[in-house]
Design a protein around this ligand. Structure first.
Ligand code: 13P
Length: 248
């Protein structure tokens, strides 16, 4: 059985006043802790204070990116070991905003995922196709190639989660259709198994315009193990509604 997993990606949002939001989310995470795993990746500047404020609750805290090396002359970067030291339990790797805005390649993503898992951080590895690829009917080939090239050499269901985030669905209000998501999640499991993993045991999340109104429809599909949520994770009211929708 795969446990539902709901993760909020706060991106570049949140200063100290957002810690009250985290406390409200942590209370909700505690209330469903028997059934659902919940995480929030706040900006790195908030991570340590977030751990002080909600550490000990069922809410896991994570980073939004890490370097592939654990230390060195990399001004402005952050290592997986540093995230772990600050209290992170997981890290998001290969988000499309990093792939496009910071030119991260599949090889970079693969190295970062390996670095994260090497220090015991869970890894949420993101893949997603742009609109022109979807419209050309080439999404599945594109995604299979992207995932295969981004996967570290070894991975286990407890350390690695895949998030399917179609680029055209992020922040647009256009969530992908459930049947299309299910088809991609099946493909992801096949790729994971082909790479030596156990695809049926791996959690696969969907991300892209998930909100309190459309979450229950998503989670009705067995193939969809949860969501990676951007905008709707910034307010406790909407994020907690998504968490509750995932509780069986
Ligand atoms: P939105 O939920 O705002 O569409 O963002 C999704 C996302 O990019 C999460 O990583």
């Amino acid at each position: 059985m795969r446990r539902p997993y709901i993760v909020g990606n706060w991106k570049m949002h949140g200063t100290a006043d957002a810690l009250t939001t985290l406390a409200d989310i942590a209370a909700c995470a505690d209330s469903v802790a028997k059934q659902v795993d919940v995480g929030i990746a706040p900006p790195a500047t908030l991570l340590h204070r977030a751990v002080s404020s909600v550490g000990g609750s069922a809410l896991a805290l994570g980073g939004q990116d890490c370097h592939s090396e654990q230390h060195g002359a990399f001004t402005g970067d952050m290592s997986a070991e540093m995230l772990r030291d600050a209290g992170a339990e997981f890290v998001i790797i290969g988000h499309s905003e990093r792939r496009s805005g910071h030119r991260e390649t599949n090889a970079d993503v693969r190295a970062k995922a390996a670095a994260a898992m090497a220090v015991g951080l869970g890894c949420i590895l993101c893949i997603g196709e742009p609109l022109d690829v979807r419209e050309a009917g080439e999404a599945e080939d594109y995604l299979a190639g992207q995932l295969a090239a981004s996967l570290p050499n070894s991975f286990t269901p407890d350390m690695l989660t895949i998030a399917y985030e179609p680029i055209w669905a992020i922040g647009t209000g256009h969530r992908a259709g459930r049947d299309d998501i299910v088809a991609v999640h099946r493909l992801i499991r096949t790729v994971l198994t082909g790479a030596g993993g156990d695809g049926a045991a791996q959690r696969v999340l969907y991300g892209g315009s998930v909100n309190a109104s459309n979450a229950a429809d998503l989670f009705a599909a067995d193939e969809i193990d949860g969501a990676l949520v951007g905008g709707a994770s910034l307010k406790a009211e909407s994020f907690n509604a998504i968490i509750r929708a995932a509780a069986p």
